[in-house]
Structures are given as structure tokens and as C-alpha cells.
Design a protein around this ligand. Structure first.
Ligand SMILES: Cc1ncc(COP(=O)(O)O)c(C=O)c1O
Length: 432
């Protein structure tokens, strides 16, 4: 089975974290995001434990909350004592509302508005990741107005190809994020930051891309970042105190995807970084990693109900479900792969080739193509799309005025709704 928390009961029904899918659908309705809290906590612990063991006590893991950003996630991150990366005032607000300690937030984004900068400072957000010269000027100005010295790191584009989809590759010179080493923009930004009175430069950040399976990509990013830090040290006399190598560890969505071992990948990276620091005669800075997907993706699944099975002879078969690109736009955006099963026919043979599609008025509203399901699939059957814990809820929309599904969290002692299903009233609540 692709996901470790899945089993099949004697009725041929899929069970997720010990809960039969028919009971979940009956009790909470569909579509439904179902998440395994134990797995999320275990991943956070594994990351943090390995981080501290390999890089020392001042190292920290930050959960990239864009992957899954509702209040319960910030509460879990707080309880598991890990940092959090946010990218907007809305994420800061949600973390604040959840009682997450603001000084542990690190604030990303390639275009922080003045209002967002003010808001973040008012909320005492710990660290800003500076993305451009204009942003540095704005942070310096607003910090001066507030009589504050803001901790910052600078986002650097190291020029590393992550060998992933174009839309989630962020580390090359043509990226909209950060200042490139290659063009001299990164060095110029550091120089400027060192002349500011109201920011305190701590170090550097990079994130080269998402869904990366090649461990060498992380090693090469470290090479580029540390040699940049050394260059800065030699030319400007600034010693890097904090080095953040971003997130990006790939996740197994389908059987053929490799399974990257988080712990082994981190151990390998730590060994390389420590050797690198020795070679460059640099002190090991406080290290940061900011995984998103690899903490939550395989902790989640989405449960749908079938509406129709449309067989177009010799051409195609469509299985339509009661959700779609509104709760999971990733196939429409990136042709992302997912494993799809018929949750109430797990013991039947999967022999019908079909496309599993949503209910939006868009031909592109597809959850997955080239899926094999039992040829008995019919209206009211349950379809489970697996590994939907990352970038599904957080990317959901109300297109076609479809309400966003509930998020059900399952843990050892029971289950609770982390997010309730939206209502029609929610859809019109801001309208006059
Ligand atoms: C700056 C930054 N850090 C971390 C992440 C998390 O990446 P992933 O979910 O692939 O681990 C992202 C994702 O877009 C990002 O932009």
C-alpha cells in the first residue's frame, strides 16, 4: 500500500488510520480531506531530532506552512517545538490566532507590501527573508519608524537546477525569487544590508525547488551557498550566523516515485556541510531547513463520491466525482501524479482505464488521467485520492461557488474537525 496508514478491512473497504472510509463519508460528508495527525507529528519530530543531532542545538526545522495552513497545523508545530515559515500577512494572522510564538516565524515572499511589513513587525515576527533591494529599503524604513531592529536573512538564488517541474523550480538565475549570486545582485544586497541601521543581517537563505528527488541537488545548493557566504566574509567581513537551505524533499505520490529517506538525506547533507565549513575555514552557522510537502503530503487523503461513469466507446471513460480542481488544482496546474483508488472496492480488480474528473465547468478539471479502477464503479461509490496532505487544502478555491471541504484530523485518541466544511453563507459573507 502506498500510504502506511492505509489498510483494507474484511468488507474490502479502505481504512485510513484505522477508520473505514464509508463511516467517515457517512459521518462527515464528502469531499473530505482526512489527515493523520500522528504521522505529521512523527515527521516533525524526525526532522527536528535529526537536525539537532546532525547540526547542533542551534539548528532548527521550519515547517513551510504554505503546504497546509490552518490553525491546527500551527498549534501542532508549536507543540512539536518547530519553527514555521510564512509567506503572507494571512499566514501570519492564522499562526497568531493559533497562539504560535511570533518570534519563531520566518517571513518569506518575493513581494511583501508595506502593509504586510508593518503588520509583521507589529506582530513581532522574528525574521524577515529579504527578497529584493526595494524590500530591504521598505523594511529598513518601516523598522526605523517603529524604532526597531529587524532580524533578516537574504534570499539568494544559487543557480542550481533542481530537476523538477518548471513551476516549482526556484533556484535558477531567471527565478522571480531572491537575488542571484551569478549576476552580483546577491553581493550588492548584502553590502546594502550591512549599511542599514534598522536591520540586523543574520545570514542567507535559498530554496531551489520542490519535489526534488536527487540528493545531489541539496549538496550542490550547499556548495553554492557556503562559497557565497565565504566570499561575503572575505570581501565584506560579514560572518554568516544563520544558513537556511530551504525545503523541497520529494514525496512518493505514485508507486514508481522513489522514496527519499529524510533522515539519510539530512545526515548526508550535514556531513557535507561540516566538511565544507572545515575546508572553507568557516564556523558552522545555525542551520535551517524548511520542509513543507515531506511533512504533510502523505499524511493526507481526499475522499469523494462518484456521480457518474461516462463511457465513450473506444475513446475514453470518465469517472466524475463531487470535488475536483477546487479542492485539488495540482493536476490542472502541473499535471501532478496521484494514486487513486475506489475505497469501497479495494478487493476488486482494477481493470477499467479512466480519467477521474471533477464537477467544475472546465474540461481541464481533472484529478488524474490514466487511472485503473474496477469496472463495477458506479454512482455513490467512494473514490480516494491519496497523498493530498500538501498543497491541496491550501490551494483550494471557491470556483463555480463550490464550498471548500472539511479537514478531519485523526489521532491516537480520536478525531476532530480541524476545518469545518464551508457553508453557502460563507460564500456570500463579504458581499453587499
Ligand atoms: C521558500 C520556500 N521554502 C520552503 C518551501 C517548501 O517546499 P516543499 O514543500 O517542497 O518542502 C517552499 C515551497 O514552495 C518555499 O517556497
Amino acid at each position: 500500500m502506498l500510504m502506511e496508514q492505509m489498510t483494507v478491512n474484511e468488507k474490502g473497504m479502505l481504512e485510513f488510520a484505522g477508520r473505514p472510509c464509508d463511516e467517515l463519508a457517512e459521518k462527515y460528508g464528502t469531499p473530505l480531506y482526512v489527515m493523520d495527525e500522528e504521522l505529521i507529528r512523527n515527521r516533525m519530530r524526525l526532522y527536528q531530532k535529526t537536525m539537532k543531532k546532525e547540526f547542533g542545538e542551534d539548528a532548527d526545522v521550519l515547517f513551510a506552512s504554505k503546504a497546509c495552513d490552518f490553525k491546527a497545523m500551527y498549534r501542532i508545530a508549536k507543540e512539536e517545538n518547530i519553527g514555521v515559515d510564512v509567506v503572507s500577512d494571512g499566514e501570519i494572522f492564522t499562526a497568531f490566532a493559533a497562539g504560535y510564538p511570533m518570534e519563531r516565524l520566518i517571513f518569506h515572499g518575493n513581494n511583501k507590501t508595506d502593509d504586510e511589513i508593518r503588520f509583521a513587525m507589529e506582530k513581532q515576527v522574528g525574521t524577515f527573508v529579504i527578497d529584493s533591494e526595494e524590500e530591504l529599503d521598505a523594511v529598513e524604513k518601516i523598522a526605523a519608524e517603529k524604532n526597531r531592529v529587524q532580524r533578516i536573512v537574504i534570499r539568494v538564488t544559487p543557480g542550481i537546477d533542481p530537476h523538477t517541474f518548471e513551476a516549482v523550480a526556484t533556484g535558477l538565475v531567471d527565478s522571480k525569487f531572491g537575488a542571484a549570486i551569478e549576476t552580483g545582485a546577491a553581493m550588492a544586497l548584502v553590502k546594502k544590508a550591512l549599511h542599514c541601521f534598522h536591520v540586523s543581517l543574520q545570514g542567507f537563505h535559498c530554496h531551489v525547488g520542490s519535489q526534488v528527488f536527487d540528493e545531489e541537488v541539496f549538496v550542490k545548493s550547499a556548495d553554492a551557498m557556503f562559497s557565497f557566504a565565504k566570499d561575503v566574509q572575505d570581501k565584506l567581513g560579514f560572518e554568516c550566523k544563520e544558513m537556511n537551505l530551504g525545503g523541497g524533499i520529494g514525496v512518493r505520490y505514485v508507486e514508481k516515485d522513489p522514496q527519499l529517506q529524510i533522515e539519510q538525506t539530512m545526515i548526508k547533507l550535514a556531513k557535507h556541510v561540516k566538511e565544507l565549513c572545515g575546508l572553507l575555514k568557516m564556523k558552522l552557522p545555525a542551520m535551517r531547513l524548511e520542509p513543507g510537502r515531506s511533512i504533510v503530503a502523505d499524511a493526507g487523503m481526499t475522499l469523494y463520491q462518484v456521480g457518474s461513469v461516462k463511457k465513450i466507446p473506444q475513446i475514453k471513460t470518465y469517472v466524475s466525482v463531487n470535488g475536483g480542481m477546487t479542492d485539488n488544482p495540482r493536476y490542472a496546474l502541473y499535471r501532478s501524479s496521484y494514486s487513486v483508488v475506489c475505497a469501497n472496492r479495494m478487493n476488486e480488480k482494477n481493470q477499467m482505464l479512466c480519467s477521474v474528473v471533477g464537477k467544475c465547468c472546465e474540461s481541464g478539471d481533472i484529478l488524474q488521467e490514466h487511472v485503473l479502477l474496477p469496472d463495477t464503479v458506479q454512482r455513490n461509490d467512494l473514490i480516494a485520492v491519496l497523498t493530498t496532505g500538501a498543497y491541496n487544502y491550501s490551494m483550494a478555491s471557491n470556483y463555480n461557488r463550490i464550498v471548500r471541504p472539511a479537514v478531519l484530523m485523526i489521532h491516537k485518541e480520536g478525531e476532530y474537525l480541524a476545518v469545518q466544511r464551508e457553508t453557502f453563507e460563507d460564500l456570500i459573507k463579504n458581499e453587499f
